[in-house]
Design a protein around this ligand. Structure first.
Ligand SMILES: Cc1ncc(COP(=O)(O)O)c(C=O)c1O
Length: 339
């Protein structure tokens, strides 16, 4: 049996013992089945391959000091996957089936849930795709739902570090009335050329603007954006961004901590007014932003001038991570225990 160095886990894929698979045929979902294979057999005419009928989710399970395993807000991911499925005309995975599949995947791979204190967690990746064969452009009649898990290290090794972001005007991740609010592969494919360019130029990621007017901030690569000013947490309101569960949680925590919240369009120039900015998502919880470069407008917006993350971002970050690991009371009832 391979031994895992829990303290030095990458944020990447490691093979675990089992994954869980369900099949939708004749209008019905099958019971979850266990598989120990990392491979799938896909029909050459599956709609996932040709017409992008594919959606995925990402959530995490954490081991607390008490040894218990907690999953964070799985119902939100289940609901978002239903919305994504409806958005691209796939058969949705019912909540109860989603629950059974992810709980089974975690239980059967319990030895891969990292120990408390390592900063690592078990990443859960549900995947839904059109597996039925079609040649004309139409939804498949058959679907496959798979859940695999993999242990991941903390996003920032050795503590949270501010990152630099590049504003992008010549690539759109999602159209105003397109599929940006669904978690589907096509949005990620559309974002890759901007993300790769930003990485090549030494940036942590890219900031996409609204596709119609290029006036407002949409998303930060695979994460939502937020800014802090005058004790207010401000985050974009847009039809083309993914409704982040981390962002939703940070909004609730901010309110609870006496920080005002606003969800509204954020014009690019407002960046000069923020005291702190950051990207938020399951992977890193919060990535504080040090610098945002707007090369087209010849402007640089700087935050964290001392190289350290801002105090409000760190307070929110710590509070959320403490709830996820069970170090603070779960005041909103976000965690579900795996018995
Ligand atoms: C495009 C995009 N936006 C935002 C997020 C953050 O969402 P969540 O907090 O639910 O992980 C993600 C990651 O899932 C993402 O891929």
């Amino acid at each position: 049996m391979v031994t895992i160095d829990w303290n030095n886990l990458p944020f990447g894929y490691i093979k675990t013992d089992y994954n869980v698979r369900c099949f939708y045929t004749d209008g019905k979902w099958s019971k979850p089945e266990l598989s120990d294979s990392e491979y799938i057999n896909v029909h050459i005419a599956a709609t996932a391959l040709h017409y992008g009928q594919e959606s995925f989710e990402g959530l995490k399970a954490y081991r607390g000091k008490d040894g218990k395993i907690r999953i964070f807000r799985w119902e939100e991911n289940a609901a978002r996957m239903i919305s994504s499925a409806e958005g691209i005309k796939m058969a949705p995975v019912p909540m109860e089936l989603f629950r059974e599949a992810i709980f089974t995947a975690i239980k059967k791979n319990e030895r891969f849930v990292p120990p408390y204190g390592s900063g690592a967690s078990l990443y859960i990746r549900p995947l839904l795709y059109g597996s039925g064969a079609e040649v004309g452009v139409k939804p498949a009649a058959e679907y496959t739902f798979i859940v695999f898990v993999t242990p991941v290290g903390p996003y920032f090794k050795g503590g949270v570090k501010p990152v630099n972001m590049l504003i992008c005007r010549d690539v759109d991740r999602a159209a105003p009335q397109g599929t940006g609010r669904f978690k589907i592969g096509g949005n990620y494919a559309a974002s890759l050329r901007a993300i790769v360019r930003a990485h090549d130029e030494g940036f942590g990621n890219v900031i996409f603007l609204d596709a119609k007017e290029k006036k407002y901030i949409d998303e930060c690569g695979p994460a939502n954006f937020f800014g802090i000013k005058n004790n207010t947490y401000v985050t974009p309101l847009s039809e083309s961004i993914l409704p982040s569960i981390t962002n939703k949680s940070l909004l609730a925590l901010a309110e609870n901590m006496g920080i005002k919240t606003e969800r509204r369009p954020i014009p690019v120039e407002e960046l000069s007014e923020f005291e702190e900015t950051g990207a938020c998502g399951t992977a890193a919880v919060i990535s504080p932003i040090a610098k945002i470069v707007d090369a087209d407008e010849n402007r640089i917006y700087e935050f964290c001038k001392d190289g350290k993350p801002g105090p409000v971002s760190m307070k929110l970050y710590q509070k959320l991570v403490n709830i996820q690991y069970g170090d603070e009371p779960d005041i909103f009832g976000w965690n579900t225990f795996i018995e």
